[in-house]
Design a protein around this ligand. Structure first.
Ligand code: NDP
Length: 449
């Protein structure tokens, strides 16, 4: 294992986030590798961590003042053993190959957990959507698609949303794809409901995370009702996690954006949440506005000099990190534990550092990775693809019922597999082995391709 990691670091130097994601998986799947020596002979680890396809391209576009800009566009086809590549597009200045490779690998594992025929991929650009007009956003999306359209399609690669990409961007991207390909197909998920989207798709990841937390609590004869919850982020995942927690009777006392966080001791209700949704998705304003609207709430800006996040230093039962990778470090983990935390359900990809995860396990805190908690969202992406190919549209209740069943099944599988490998209640080991074995079985069947 050490030699494998050394070779990976040599082949892909500086890709810190990717190395972290690989290390986390191989630490968990060691028992499956030991039990199946044929995996080693087939160089499964080397193959599963090497993207099948990486496309890097320039994305020139013109702003409203007539100035030309050039960004870098990426798409990674990570693994197609189980189906066409499927995974989000991220538009954020921090985007680089390391971040996208880590996200693509997480997506491969998450999609495998759904048991649907979905491979995994990820893409995006270092383009910053902040402060861009609708027209600039459209110019950028159209330019991005002028290259990507050749490499995707409903049977090849199906992109969806991630940070900085929401319904508006999916609309612009799909419009250009449709024009260039001269076809109207389910080549994206996350489309608007009126032209091929699935009911519940925008909510699905967040709801999946909250349903998963409900299942985690049930293992200790508890439920979300009456629980105080810390949620970070104020994007698509965070807002729908918060919405479902509130519907299930929990109390959400924090939300954040990249500038800072709000604390509302009384808890948010659906009205306050609607205010935040409007703020972040329509007005595209800052979360600090919440404290101006609701005088009982406070706003605390983040201090970039500090490597701890004060949001995690409030008393609560459950924590839902839904903003960014590595947002809970070692010190934050101790703060959470000292403040009585019982459950941590990740919404963002890899929001806890390896040290934080180790501390949660040592202290017997229930902690589940995003690849497991958010797999219900990936399943609804699969349901959108199914509806598109059947030219059907299921009701909200049908999709929600399927989502809840999928989440229960994934939760049970993770626990059973973890217990079978001597690691009861370890969702990391359960999720990683379940996903890994499914992908590897398909790779073994399909030969060296
Ligand atoms: P959005 O772009 O909708 O929202 C991201 C939010 O997080 C924004 O409010 C942003 O603030 C905030 N944010 C970004 N960086 C930080 C930071 N360092 N500290 C605090 N807040 C921050 O993205 P999504 O909600 O779609 O995605 C959020 C996370 O969830 C990502 O990690 C993504 O990869 C993951 N994800 C997980 C899925 C799953 O299945 N579990 C599926 C899809 C996404 P601002 O408004 O200032 O930019």
């Amino acid at each position: 294992m050490q030699q494998f990691m050394d070779r990976l670091r040599f082949r892909a130097p500086g890709e810190i986030e990717f190395h972290q994601a690989v290390q986390e998986i191989i630490d968990s799947v060691r028992p499956a590798l030991d039990k199946n020596p044929e995996f080693g002979k087939a160089k499964i680890l080397e193959r599963i961590t090497a993207p099948e396809l990486v496309i890097i391209f320039s994305v020139p576009w013109m702003d409203d003042r007539g100035e030309v800009h050039v960004n870098t566009g990426y798409r990674i086809g990570m693994n197609s053993a189980l189906g066409p590549y499927q995974g989000g597009l991220r538009f954020h200045p921090s985007v680089n190959l390391s971040i996208l490779k880590f996200l693509a690998l997480q997506q491969v594992m998450r999609n495998a957990l759904t048991t649907m025929p979905l491979g995994g991929g990820k893409g995006g650009s270092d383009f910053d959507p902040k402060g861009k007009s609708d027209n600039e956003m459209m110019q950028f999306c159209q330019s991005y698609m002028r290259t990507l359209f050749r490499h995707m399609g409903p049977n090849t690669d199906i992109p969806s949303a991630d940070v900085g990409v929401g319904p508006r961007e999916i609309g612009y991207l799909f419009g250009m794809y449709k024009k260039l390909r001269n076809e109207f197909s389910g080549a994206f998920t996350g489309k608007n409901l009126s032209w091929g989207g699935s009911l519940m798709r925008p909510e699905a990841t967040g709801y999946s995370v909250a349903y998963f937390a409900q299942e985690m609590l049930a293992t200790r004869n508890q439920e979300l009702a009456g629980k105080t919850c810390l949620v970070s982020g104020a994007g698509n995942v965070a807002l729908h996690v918060a919405e479902k927690i509130i519907s299930l009777g929990g109390k959400v006392i924090t939300l954040s954006d990249s500038g800072g966080y709000i604390y509302d001791e009384e808890g948010l209700d659906h009205g306050k949440l609607a205010f935040v949704k409007n703020l972040k998705t329509i007005q595209r304003a800052r979360i600090s506005e919440y404290a101006h609207e609701y005088s009982n709430a406070s706003y605390t800006p983040f201090d970039p000099q500090r490597n701890t996040n004060p949001l995690w230093n409030h008393w609560a039962d459950c924590a839902f990190p839904c903003a960014a990778e590595n947002e809970i470090g070692e010190e934050d983990a101790y703060h959470l534990i000292n403040q009585g935390i019982k459950v941590i359900a990740e919404g963002a990809d890899m929001p806890c550092t390896p040290e934080a995860v180790r501390i949660f396990h040592d202290k017997n805190i229930l902690h589940a990775p995003a690849k497991a908690t958010g797999a219900g969202g990936a399943a609804v992406a699969g349901l959108e693809m199914a509806q598109n190919s059947m030219r059907l549209s299921w009701t909200r209740e049908e999709v929600d019922a399927r989502l809840q069943t999928v989440v229960k099944t994934i939760h049970r599988n993770c626990l059973n597999i973890a217990a079978a490998h001597g690691a009861p209640a370890n969702y990391h080991i359960g999720a990683n082995i379940a996903g890994f074995v499914r992908i590897v079985s398909a790779m073994m069947d399909q030969g060296i391709v």
